[in-house]
Structure formats: structure tokens, C-alpha cells
Design a protein around this ligand. Structure first.
Ligand code: G3P
Length: 221
């Protein structure tokens, strides 16, 4: 499966890429804005620190379909292998169809309903991003959305993958992976929560204490 970090924080990507088996990095306009840096320099720096076979995602901000396509072409000049994120709206679907005709890979984003995401897959999007936590936060069921979308894609559009997004808790992430999600993108702080259980530190301290008490120093040979 593909595991992505959802961030424009290059230092966090550098730190976590050494630890986690990440396939690449996803961004959106809010995430890039928080970095207060030009999108092009964020993308160029991410390319410079990630392995060559990594995948990067960046989103168009235009609302008009033709302008979305122009922005997509511009983004692909910065990173030729970039997957272009396009909101699944009327104009977004038009742009996804046009980009698909030009063999430019897209991700249909801002997905709050299975039918909405399914349209993006039919239009040719390679990835569909349901917003799990945002759906949960408005009283819906984000994991159910993921499951329905996966079922629709496996039945009718097997060339498209769910790329689940928007998480606040490790439980939401686990539930998506248990539902069989083929790809997922997680904020670095949420991704790291799997490794921050204090019980792990205390278990390791106990190993050190027991070893030192028996052998005097922390060495195997
Ligand atoms: O990029 C879309 C998604 O990751 C947004 O997540 O955390 O802002 O709900 P969030």
C-alpha cells in the first residue's frame, strides 16, 4: 500500500522519511499557505530530499476548468511526475477529463460523498481522496464513506485508488487501513502518534535496567 505524508513541512518530511516507509508527499492550498513559502520552492525542495521514485501531489486553485488545466500544466513543469489534485466539482470534473486525455494523472479531492468521488474515477482520476475526519466532524461516518467508495471503485473503476485523507486520530487511520485502503495520507503529527506510546519507553527502560543490573554495562559483547 502507499503511505503518504500530508504536509509542506520539509523538515518533518526529511525526519520521518528516514523512519517511515513513505511513498511521497501530498499537499493542499491550506497546507502550503501555512509554510508561507512559494509552492514551487516547497515542491522543488521536497523533490530534492525524497527518493527518485516518490510521488508528489499539489492542488490547483483556479475555479474555472480551463484555468485548472493551465495550472496543472504549470505544476507539471515544476515536477514532471506530479499528480495534480483537482476538487471534485462541476468544473473540476471537466478539468479531470481534459487532463486524463493528456495523460496527466489526477487526484479528485474534497470528497465528502461516495457518489461524488465515483464521478471523479469515471472522469479518469487515478486517486480519489475522501476527507475522513471532516466527514466525521460534521456528524457523518468517514470510514463508511471510504468503504463505499472502495466498493464502487473495485466494481466499476479498478484503475482508480482511494487515497484516504483528513485524519485527527490514529484510530481513524487504522480503521481506513483495516478497511483495505490502498493509499492514505496522514499529517506528520498524526503519523507519529503510532510511535509515541509512553509504555514503549518504559518497557525499553526496564530492559536496560535488568541488563545493567546483571552485566554491569549495556553491551552484548
Ligand atoms: O488535503 C486534504 C486533506 O488532507 C485535508 O485534511 O486535516 O485539513 O482535514 P484536513
Amino acid at each position: 500500500m502507499e503511505f503518504y505524508l500530508d504536509t509542506a513541512d520539509v523538515a518533518a518530511v526529511k525526519r520521518l522519511a528516514a523512519v517511515l516507509p513513505i511513498k511521497g508527499v501530498t499537499t493542499n492550498p491550506s497546507i502550503v499557505s501555512r509554510s508561507k513559502r512559494p509552492l514551487s520552492s516547497v515542491l522543488e525542495e521536497l523533490v530534492s530530499i525524497l527518493p527518485a521514485d516518490s510521488t508528489l501531489f499539489a492542488q490547483v486553485i483556479a475555479h474555472d476548468a480551463a484555468a485548472m488545466v493551465d495550472e496543472a500544466l504549470h505544476l507539471r513543469e515544476i515536477v514532471p511526475s506530479l499528480v495534480v489534485k483537482v476538487p471534485v466539482t462541476h468544473n473540476g470534473l471537466t478539468a479531470i477529463k481534459a487532463l486524463t486525455q493528456q495523460n496527466i494523472p489526477t487526484l479528485g479531492t474534497a470528497v465528502y460523498g461516495a457518489g461524488q468521488g465515483f464521478y471523479a474515477a469515471l472522469a479518469g482520476a487515478s486517486y480519489i481522496a475522501p476527507y475522513v475526519n471532516r466527514v466525521d466532524a460534521q456528524g457523518g461516518d468517514g470510514i463508511m464513506l471510504v468503504k463505499e467508495l472502495q466498493r464502487l471503485l473495485s466494481l466499476h473503476c479498478p484503475q482508480s485508488k482511494v487515497l484516504a485523507a483528513s485524519f485527527r486520530t490514529p484510530r481513524q487511520v487504522l480503521d481506513c487501513m483495516l478497511a483495505g485502503c490502498e493509499s492514505i495520507t496522514v499529517d506528520p503529527d498524526v503519523a507519529e502518534l503510532f510511535l509515541l506510546d509512553p509504555a514503549v519507553d518504559s518497557a525499553l527502560q526496564r530492559f536496560d535496567q535488568d541488563w545493567t543490573a546483571a552485566y554491569g554495562e549495556l553491551k552484548i559483547y
